[in-house]
Design a protein around this ligand. Structure first.
Ligand code: PMM
Length: 292
């Protein structure tokens, strides 16, 4: 098993175009698309459409982590996620399962997922890291300070970049200590999780510091609240979730510039085009002004 786009021996010194991870939320209540893809058939066809648009992998989740969200039961999460993971994997899609529960992760790996995306970085379920290590799966460890019900009360930082990097490094150490393969470990600063808008902007501005921790980095700003506060609407109201994909695509370019491995987005098309712009510009710059 190696992470898509990144056999470790090929880890680029200069930024390469990030992969696009398409979001498949099989939940009734996610902030961005809750309820849209609750039926397995709808979730699968939405996922396949994102692959056709250029997504390299799909992240399937059955638990909403919006601020204040209540957790589903394990049984509900399994029922939502597993049929979708199985069907997408059968289509040959690289699937990550977005879960904090080792039991759900194990069932998803059995159903064909190859990566576990754990927004708690192993803090929510003590069995998670051992499971991932034992199965040789890819692992995305996100910066997290507690469950969604009260996480925003933990959005207190002196130096958000230094603290997120330090706390992520400690999750990295915990994962490596139980045997998660270093080349399969991805780090994610966790925008919106115990973060105020200013924290999200600062982490975006200094994403290269997270990259400097030495692991592939996932950047996941798509449609999040801080992106609703930019842009020009007819009034001063925040942009609705459905109108944040242009801002999201702009952040994908910033993530590319910082050297992210992948961006996790809901709208693949707009990020694809934005990354085409970044890639063409990057290639022209690398050519040293030698265009004829
Ligand atoms: N955000 C959400 C869900 N899963 N996973 C990772 N690794 N990083 C994130 O920032 C992240 C995540 C919440 O967004 P959604 O409701 O649109 O899925």
């Amino acid at each position: 098993m190696s992470l898509p786009g990144l056999p470790v021996s090929l880890r680029p010194a200069a930024p390469a175009r990030p992969l696009i991870m398409g979001v498949v939320n099989v939940t009734p209540d996610s902030f961005s698309d809750g309820g849209s893809w609750l039926e397995p058939e709808a979730a699968v066809s939405h996922g396949l459409a994102m692959i056709a648009e250029g997504a390299a992998l799909l992240d399937v989740g059955g638990e909403s982590t919006r601020p204040g969200a209540q957790r589903p039961s394990t049984a509900d999460e399994l029922e939502r996620v597993i049929p979708v993971v199985r069907a997408l994997s059968a289509h040959g899609v690289v699937v990550s399962v977005d879960t904090m529960r080792a039991e759900v992760a194990a069932a998803a790996l059995d159903a064909g997922a190859t990566i576990v995306n754990d927004v708690s970085g192993g803090l929510a379920d003590p069995a998670m890291l051992g499971l991932v290590a034992g199965r040789g799966a890819g692992y995305i460890a996100m910066h997290w300070r507690g469950h969604s019900a009260d996480m925003q009360s933990r959005a207190v930082y002196g130096d958000v970049v230094a603290e997120v990097c330090r706390e992520l490094a400690s999750r990295r150490d915990a994962a490596l200590a139980v045997g998660v393969a270093p080349e399969l470990l991805v780090l994610d600063p966790g925008l919106g999780f115990a973060k105020l808008p200013a924290h999200n902007w600062t982490l975006t501005a200094y994403l290269d510091r997270v990259v400097a921790l030495g692991h592939p980095v996932l950047y996941a700003a798509s449609r999040k609240g801080f992106l609703g506060k930019v842009g020009r609407g007819a009034d001063d109201a925040p942009r609705p979730v459905s109108d944040r994909d242009v801002a999201t695509a702009a952040t994908s370019v910033l993530a590319a510039q910082a050297g992210a491995w992948a961006v996790r987005v809901h709208d693949v098309r707009s990020t694809w085009d934005a990354l085409d712009v970044w890639e063409a510009t990057h290639a022209a710059r690398a050519a040293g002004g030698a265009a004829r």
